[in-house]
Design a protein around this ligand. Structure first.
Ligand code: PEP
Length: 255
């Protein structure tokens, strides 16, 4: 996929008509401004809106992604959705290990590793989220946390498959307080070195956490930031396309 990569995580927002409207607006604005050919764009609506949004995106360069998947291909797992099902509605990407899944739904690194394997089995590109809580940062445990979140994954051969890593400090998600560029620079340099040392030079590292049209250029200008995972600001087409344009601008200026 073309870099920079901007992923919109709509979380548990939009009913089907709102999702269709938002996807149409984003597609139109991205195509009119030409950013759709200069950036990898992924929209991750709620499961029930995937088909409808997929229809809106048909024939465009914008890819469809899901926010989660289960580890088994089918069976008695009431309320879960398999990676194969996601593939069948046109998904190319799936977010795995978002901090809201880790904290609210108690997903651990072992389960997340299984989800990554299942996504790869269905030829989905997983977008793996890692990041420390404020408490962990205050205890100077950021590097240990990032390393341990990646440890199981970096030990398996499948790590050589396509995937995307998203550094999302938990304290910056949905808080309106993005990490400062020097904090992002340190974390991304750490992750880049860790991934490279394990043969994952092909894995882009995105930043996520309170990205807005106002701070986007500064955040995307940080070395080793290959794009962004955008929550709140992806629910507004103008803001989202502005952020996409900012990522393209930052890349062109800092090349
Ligand atoms: C996210 O949901 O991954 C995220 C980064 O959210 P926000 O942009 O709202 O902080």
């Amino acid at each position: 996929m073309t870099e920079p990569i901007i992923v919109g995580n709509w979380k548990m927002n939009t009913n089907v008509s709102e999702a269709v409207h938002l996807a149409q607006q984003i597609r139109q604005a991205a195509e009119q401004s030409g950013v759709d050919h200069q950036c990898g764009i992924v929209l991750c609506p709620p499961f029930v809106n995937l088909s409808a949004v997929g229809n809106c995106l048909r024939g465009s360069t914008i890819a469809l992604g899901a926010q989660n998947c289960w580890i088994e291909p089918y069976g008695a797992f009431t309320g879960e959705i398999s990676a194969a099902m996601l593939r069948s509605v046109g998904c190319e990407f799936v977010i795995i290990g978002h901090s809201e899944r880790r904290t609210i739904f108690h997903e651990d690194d072992a389960l997340i590793r299984q989800k990554m394997l299942r996504a790869w089995e269905e030829s989905l590109v997983p977008i793996l989220c890692v990041g420390e809580t404020l408490h962990e940062r205050q205890l100077h445990r950021t590097w240990n946390v990032l390393e341990s979140q990646l440890e199981q994954l970096l030990a398996i051969e499948e790590r050589r498959n396509p995937w995307v890593c998203a550094y999302e400090p938990v304290w910056a998600i949905g808080t309106g307080i993005a990490a400062e560029p020097p904090q992002i620079e340190q974390a991304h340099a750490f992750l880049r070195a860790l991934l490279d040392a394990h043969g994952c030079t092909h894995v882009p590292i995105l930043y996520g956490g309170s990205i807005t049209p106002t701070n986007a250029v500064a955040l995307f200008s940080v070395p080793n930031v290959a794009g962004g995972l955008v929550g709140g600001a992806s629910l507004n087409a103008d803001s989202f396309v502005h952020i996409i344009a900012a990522s393209i601008h930052a890349r062109a200026t800092n090349r």
